[in-house]
Design a protein around this ligand. Sequence first.
Ligand SMILES: [Fe+2]
Length: 160
Amino acid sequence: MPKRFVPPNDDVCEVLQQRLYDLIDLASHAKQVHWTVQGREFLALHQFFDNVNAELNEHADIVAERIAALGGQVKGTIQAAAKDSHLPDYPLDVSSAPKHIEAFSSSIFQLKMLVRASAKLVADLNDNGSADLLSELSRKIDEISWMVGAQMEPKTREAT
Ligand SMILES: [Fe+2]
């Protein structure tokens, strides 16, 4: 009987695990906006950030299952993510839409940079499957980032 092939993917799993922490964290940032945003655009932002939370959770699931498929041990609790996330702490005293957009934009910008670097890193480690997965994630993060940024008042957007 052939031996089960377990590729030596510890480095790739570690890169994926780091991004999983960030995705779990960012998904919670989106829920924080969903629950606390106030103002004239409440309904649109409340619904938008619920969708963002769902999309981030979906991608966290894909990343976690890739780690499992590579033979790694997934660490997927909120406690683990809170300890090792690379994102800035989300402000808990914010309710106005512009402040939420600003705070979320800074979180997602951080993740955007990290995912791009991670895609390159795993490609250099010759794991094209994981590189594809992270490129797909990178496109999704770009899309969410654009949609969040487009909700900034034009003046704020031009200043950043
Ligand atoms: Fe809800």
